[in-house]
Design a binder for this molecule. Structure first.
Ligand code: GRF
Length: 199
C-alpha cells in the first residue's frame, strides 16, 4: 500500500512510520511527505530517507480553497492508498476530503472527544485531567471528530508541564500509529457510521 504522510513539525511520528516501513511485512511504503511549511525537521527526515516532498503554504495562495486544491493535487500525484496526517497542523478542506476523506487518518495527542484542536495536551493539563492520551481516527469534515480507530492512555503526573506530558504521549502515539497504519495497510477497513472495523 502507498502512503503519503503530511507533517508540520519534528516528524517523529513520520520517523516511526519510516522505521516500520523498512520491514516489507509492514504492508505499506511511504511514497511522499507533504508539509504546510518549509524548514521543519519532518522534511529533513523525508529527504534523509530519499523521499519526494512537497510544501503547500497557505500564504502562497489567494484563498484557502486554492491551497486546499493544491494540497489535494500534490497528494494525488503520488496515488496514495492511505494518507496519514501526523502532526499536520492545518484543517483539511472540502476538496481534499472529497478525494481522500475515506482513507485519511489523523493522530491527536488527547483522548477524543476530549480536548480537540491545536492544544490538546495543554488543555488536558489545564483542565486537571488525571489521564489523557492519544487518538488515531479517520478524518471527517470536523476538527478531530472523525471515527476513532484506536486510543492509548497516558497518566498525567503532578509534576508534568506541557512538553513533558506531550513527550510521554508521543511515545504511546508513535507505537499506536504504526500499529494502526500497518493493520489498515495489510487488512483494509470498513466504516459503518462511527464504527471502524479492521478484519
Ligand atoms: C503529535 O503529538 C501530534 O499528535 C500533534 O503534534 C505532534 C507532532 O509530533 N498534532 P511529530 O511532528 O510527529 O514529532
Amino acid at each position: 500500500k502507498r502512503l503519503v504522510v503530511l507533517v508540520s513539525g519534528s516528524g517523529t511520528n513520520l520517523q516511526a512510520l519510516l522505521d516500520a516501513a523498512a520491514d516489507p511485512a509492514f504492508g505499506a511504503e511511504i511514497v511522499a511527505v507533504g508539509a504546510d511549511r518549509d524548514n521543519i525537521v519532518g522534511l529533513e527526515r523525508a529527504q534523509k530517507a530519499g523521499l519526494p516532498t512537497f510544501v503547500c503554504r497557505v500564504k502562497d495562495f489567494d484563498t484557502r480553497a486554492d491551497w486546499d486544491r493544491e494540497l489535494t493535487e500534490a497528494t494525488a500525484a503520488y496515488a496514495p492508498d492511505l494518507v496519514v496526517s501526523a502532526g499536520f497542523m492545518k484543517i483539511l478542506g472540502k476538496e481534499f476530503l472529497a478525494r481522500f476523506g475515506g482513507c485519511t487518518v489523523n493522530t491527536h495527542p488527547a483522548l477524543l472527544p476530549s480536548f480537540p484542536g491545536a492544544h490538546g495536551v495543554r488543555d488536558a493539563l489545564a483542565y486537571g485531567a488525571k489521564v489523557t492520551g492519544c487518538t488515531v481516527h479517520f478524518v471527517d469534515d470536523g476538527v478531530d471528530t472523525g471515527p476513532i480507530i484506536a486510543q492509548g492512555v497516558v497518566e498525567v503526573l503532578d509534576e508534568d508541564d506541557e512538553s513533558a506530558l506531550h513527550e510521554r504521549i508521543k511515545e504511546v502515539e508513535r507505537r499506536l500509529l504504526v500499529e494502526v497504519v500497518g493493520r489498515l495497510a495489510r487488512y483494509g477497513h470498513r466504516i459503518e457510521g462511527r464504527k471502524v472495523s479492521i478484519p
